[in-house]
Design a protein around this ligand. Structure first.
Ligand SMILES: Cc1cc2nc3c(=O)[nH]c(=O)nc-3n(C[C@H](O)[C@H](O)[C@H](O)COP(=O)(O)OP(=O)(O)OC[C@H]3O[C@@H](n4cnc5c(N)ncnc54)[C@H](O)[C@@H]3O)c2cc1C
Length: 407
């Protein structure tokens, strides 16, 4: 007899594993496949050294998935988002604006966690869920859609029948391809360098974006490392410049990153490897097809600005789970898949467009454009209602804000 499941998740990246935990915790039967087993040790080859800042609305999603109690002890809170313009002749802060979470909420904006640790805790949570089968080492190959199910064939030739297929298999999604859904891609000629640093000046739970040219240099708080304050850094620049920086000897690299940070946390010491990530924007033309939906980077990719990428993905997950829960008898019916597309596509489009604009502003090379950028930041910040509206929009909150209790 052929194996059956409510939910088949293609992709065991952070988004796919989160979806497996969420659907499993909600009582659905789940199979999750990924040809690449997750790396759950920071020192192992292939460990994902990026961090994810989970914004307020993502916390209830992680709580419902049984994950937040595991993650909270390792998280660093983000109370203030500081934006610095260092676009003048010298790489010095010429304009500093603090967006403080207390302006709109009694909770921090979010909590920052290393991606390798997310994978470790998510895999551990799956082991507690007997209704979830995680199968690293095999991938989604193709599917045939029938009236009542999707017949999925894996890369090892085995087959299963699923009521709903979730494509969480990244920016080159095989599920998206199988559905014949096209995606629009914008390339910026940009890459990001991700690494961790220690510094003598405490970060005081402030996340800082320093804008000059080529893209932002972002410092996001981490818990102290060996008794010293620590931060995760994402440094965006043109592809050739990132290749040069990644190849620099450590002392020369430390000197360049300290200068690029406008010395906001004093001298920076490199405490991790450097990993390079390509930067694109991408959006799928549709977020669903027969018996299938696209989630996370299979559906949308944005440059790492304002911690939007995975937070958008958890919003996708929350919408999908609510709809599936309303149709538990058949979570793959059009009332779930079509409604998911309608509820998420416009919102996702608006965010991809907004982050594209922010990224282009941050890349500005010409001094006149950098001056304009500083003026725009100053004007937007000065009007309190506009400032509050921007903070709520960045978090994905409604007009009145939401108070989140992460305990
Ligand atoms: C430098 C940087 C910093 C970032 N910082 C933040 C942040 O602070 N906050 C935030 O919200 N977001 C952030 N993001 C975005 C976030 O990291 C991504 O949204 C997230 O990691 C993508 O997860 P994913 O699971 O969708 O994709 P992936 O991690 O690409 O996972 C896709 C998985 O699918 C698997 N797969 C591929 N083909 C198949 C197949 N045929 N069958 C089954 N599986 C398959 C792959 O092996 C992979 O494991 C950042 C991104 C970058 C580049």
């Amino acid at each position: 007899m052929r194996e059956t499941t409510d939910i088949l998740i293609s992709g065991g990246g952070v988004a796919g594993l989160a979806a497996a935990c969420a659907f499993g915790s909600a009582g659905f039967s789940v199979i999750c496949v990924d040809p690449t087993p997750p790396v759950t040790d920071v020192d192992a080859d292939g460990a994902d050294l990026r961090t994810t800042a989970f914004l307020q609305p993502s916390i209830p999603v992680l709580q419902a998935a049984g994950l937040w109690s595991r993650l909270a002890p390792h998280a660093a809170p983000l109370q203030v988002m500081r934006i610095i313009d260092a676009g003048g002749p010298e790489p010095e802060a010429r304009l500093t604006k603090d967006f403080d979470a207390s302006d709109i909420s009694d909770a921090p904006f979010g909590w920052n966690l290393p991606n390798w640790l997310l994978r470790r805790e998510m895999v551990a949570r799956l082991a507690d869920l007997p209704n979830v089968s995680f199968r690293p080492g095999i991938g989604f190959a193709r599917m045939l859609t029938r009236q009542a199910e999707a017949l999925v064939t894996f890369t090892d030739g085995t087959q299963i029948a699923a009521k709903l297929v979730i494509g969480a298999d990244g920016r080159t999604s095989s599920v998206r391809e199988a559905l014949g859904i096209a995606a629009r891609t914008t390339r910026y000629g940009q890459k990001a360098l991700a690494f961790a640093v220690a510094h003598d000046i405490p970060h005081q739970n402030v996340s800082t974006e320093v804008h000059r040219k080529g893209g932002p240099f972002t410092l996001v708080p981490l818990p102290d490392r060996n008794g010293r304050p620590a931060s995760a850094v994402v440094w965006m620049e043109t592809g050739p410049e990132i290749a040069r920086l990644a190849a620099l000897a450590v002392p020369a690299f430390e000197a360049e990153m300290t200068a690029r940070s406008a010395r906001v946390l004093g001298p920076l010491t490199l405490i991790s490897r450097r990993s390079v990530w390509p930067i694109i924007s991408q959006i799928a033309d549709r977020l669903s097809g027969p018996r299938a939906v696209l989630l996370a980077e299979a559906a949308h990719v944005v440059p790492p600005i304002g911690a939007q990428g995975l937070n958008m993905s958890l919003a996708d997950l929350s919408t999908l789970l609510t709809l599936a829960d309303q149709h538990r008898d058949d979570p793959g019916q059009p009332a779930v898949t079509e409604t998911y597309h309608r509820q998420r596509h416009l919102e996702v489009q608006a965010r991809v467009t907004g982050i594209d604009l922010l990224n282009r502003a941050s890349m500005a090379h010409a001094p006149i454009l950098r001056d304009l950028r500083a003026k725009a930041l100053d004007a937007l910040y000065s009007a309190r209602p506009v400032r509050q509206m921007l903070m709520r929009a960045g978090l994905g909150l409604g007009p009145k804000g939401t108070k989140t209790d992460p305990s």
